[in-house]
Design a protein around this ligand. Structure first.
Ligand code: KG4
Ligand code: ZN
Length: 351
């Protein structure tokens, strides 16, 4: 990791910008570790008719609304742009067009106001969400990031050190939930809908095999679970009118949670962390939150699950991580040479 010399100026307000997928978000974070405002504009209604995110529509929405979202965030923070001391922006992974909108916007502001611009990795930001509300996290820590685009286990030996030790080889957990919901015509995004409906169902009614890797890796695979679910939908003619409909959803949700916690348990055995972090959009799921808590308590491990609003994509986690990196003079790239990256590439590193 490249170290950047300090500018010597104290950074008080950091503006974070997040446009990696289908949320347009801006937030201001202060050197007192306070979130002055966090504004998230969801595009769910735009993508709902298609049952998933349409990349071209997502970037157009960001282009149209990012300006307003940033302005609203500044208004709520009672700040003007010239009071922002540094900018943090999501650099990747994500949808390339969407990322470029946020990145170009942030570059323009940083260039005009001659302020530092820090590129932020989206998965690191999801983990940072845990630190927004809990400052005392013991290390080493193991983070499970579960979202619509990612399902990853990340080992943190110390603050700002990230080692990817498991990731999905196909679908992400959120993607599997969204796809099954789409198939059953439940609406988009499917994760929160299944979360709500599954509460009324019996999770033991349908059985799903635990996906296993043959190479002892901690990687996930949710495409097999999804195919197994589709097979059962056809076999038992599951639809919204089927008497076992809610049981089916509860069983599928349980299978996903079981797969997540199974790999996490393997990771704990190998790496012996002192704390567990759960984050990403799927971390809003009520059953997952409950089971993660019980799982950590049984192992006598400290656990951190961010509030729901900081689990799904937001810019508070981006601004907070940018400030942390600036304070420790640890930034991966700086200012005008920043480029967006759609995939993991730059993530798998230790600092
Ligand atoms: O982190 P996020 O906002 O975006 C990505 O980085 O992908 O996560 C979005 C994902 C979607 O798949 C959505 O269905 C899922 O998070 N999600 C949920 C819940 N709320 C959002 N999944 C299960 N239960 C929820 N309550
Ligand atoms: Zn995300």
């Amino acid at each position: 990791m490249r170290k950047i010399r300090s500018t010597g100026k104290k950074v008080k307000h950091v503006l974070g910008i997040e446009t990696s997928c289908d949320e347009t978000a801006a937030a201001v974070f202060t050197d007192d570790y306070e979130i002055l405002s966090s504004v998230v504009l969801s595009q769910d209604e735009i993508h709902a008719p298609y049952g998933g995110v349409v990349p071209e529509l997502a970037s157009r929405q960001h282009m149209t609304f990012l300006n307003y979202v940033v302005q609203e965030c500044l208004n709520r923070s009672r700040l003007k742009l010239d009071q922002i001391d540094a900018y943090g922006v999501t650099q990747g992974p994500g949808l390339i067009g969407s990322l470029l909108v946020g990145l170009s916007f942030a570059k323009g502001l940083a260039y005009y106001f001659k302020k530092p611009l820090i590129g932020i990795d989206h998965l690191e930001a999801h983990i940072e969400a845990a630190f927004l509300e809990e400052k005392q996290i013991p290390f080493p820590a193991l983070a499970l990031v579960v979202s619509g685009g990612h399902t990853s286990i990340i080992f943190m030996k110390k603050r700002l050190s990230y080692e990817l030790i498991g990731k999905t080889r196909d679908d992400a957990a959120g993607e599997a939930l969204d796809k099954i919901a789409k198939f059953l015509e439940l609406g988009y995004p499917g994760g929160p809908i299944i979360d709500k409906l599954a509460e009324e169902g019996n999770p033991e009614a349908f059985s799903f095999a635990l996906p296993r890797m043959t190479d002892r890796s901690l990687d996930f695979s949710f495409s097999g679970l999804k195919t197994a679910a589709l097979r059962q939908i056809k076999e038992y003619k599951i639809s919204q009118n089927h008497p076992g409909f809610l049981d089916f959803l509860a069983s599928f949700e349980k299978a996903i949670i079981r797969a997540l916690l199974h790999n996490l348990a393997q990771g704990i055995k190998r790496l012996k962390p002192k704390a567990l972090i759960l984050s990403g959009g799927v971390a809003r799921n009520k059953k997952l939150r409950r089971e993660f808590k019980e799982f950590a308590q049984q192992l006598h491990l400290k656990f951190i699950i961010p509030s729901a609003e900081f689990c799904t994509d937001n810019a508070a986690m981006v601004a907070a991580l940018a400030l942390e990196k600036l304070n420790r003079h640890l930034v991966t790239s700086f200012s005008w040479d920043l480029n967006a990256y759609p995939r993991f590439d730059s993530f798998n590193r230790k600092s």
